[in-house]
Write a protein that binds this ligand. Sequence first.
Ligand code: AMP
Length: 402
Amino acid sequence: MTFSNLGLSPSLLATISDKGYTSPTPVQAKAIPTILKGRDVVAVAQTGTGKTAAFVLPIIQRLEEQRLNAQSNRGKRISALILVPTRELAKQVQSSVVAYAKKTSLTSMAMYGGTDIDEQKSQLIEGIDVLVATPGRLIDMLNQRAVYLDSVQTVVLDEADRMLDMGFSDDIYRIIDRLPQRRQSLLFTATMSKYVQSLSDELSHYDVNGAVHEVRIEPKTKTAKNIEQWLITVDKDTKSALLSHLIIASQWSQALIFVEKKHAAAKLVAQLAKRGIDADSIHGDRSQAQREQVLERFKRGQLKYLVATGVAARGIDIGQLERVVNYDLPFKAEDYIHRIGRTGRAGQSGEAISFVTLADFKNLIKLEGRLNHLIERRVIEGFEPRKPVPETVLNYVPKQKR
Ligand code: AMP
């Protein structure tokens, strides 16, 4: 499969080839031709599958075709709206729009909270074609009548499951209400739940057979295959020593390390520092500027070890990440999938290591049930847990939830 089979214009094909992409990823191959036809799409695809280009490329092509068509020379009004859960993702998606639209006259902006609202308003007045926004800030702008969505032709909900998890449900439904009835709707989600399904029902149009075009890239519980996943059973109080040992003994070049709570992030950075390991953290107590600065250093490779809470790390794109560590095992399968999706992107290989304490075991068994996959267990010499996992825990059968 090549990009030229998908119906993309020669100018976009040139941009893609400049980016160095040789062939489309599965979600791109499936979604691009359908989106180009103007149909609605629901795609179940994780981060790292190339999903951003799967919606950005056809949106740009359709808008540019209209632009070249004299009739739609009506000044710049928002023609495409992309809703994303976090500011990091807003910036990242908008930079993809800029990159893919570089040979066109289309303009875009990222709108998110924590930044100067007046500056964003003046950018809007100048007129933009593609708006990438987080739901909260967009609602503020709508309430202040600083933005109108009546010219939107295509709406994208990116990481819809995340947006719902983060409590944006009401905002999203309110935003949908402000959109024109006649529109193209695209929903991307890493996992499908009944809540995502209801949202999709609300959003999408149906063809004569009563179906939206559904693009499913991976079954909902499968994690990407090119990621080697394993876990280490360890006691809670030896976790930081184990992490230092792995970093030093295995000469890790870089790692993204997830912790559950923000105070744990700062503590771990201090514990690593004591062992001569230079790490930094992103979490809710750090300012946006600090988070951005740390992330930039990590992306450039100047910072080798980044400790992050799940919330702070949502939506960040760190390119070719080799390794993710669940220093604390997440509770939900969705979080596990999202976290390990930061590595092994777009066909590269990656490694995801989880630290599991005795207290985590029941959760682990539940998680594996949801993933339909057993994670390989390893014990590291010198860090063996003091007590074995009791039989009762090993034989634990979680209640079926859905
Ligand atoms: P996404 O799933 O949109 O976050 O994309 C994951 C990563 O894959 C990004 O860094 C993209 O630049 C990269 N990518 C997207 N499409 C392709 C492609 N067809 N070939 C190689 N890399 C790609």
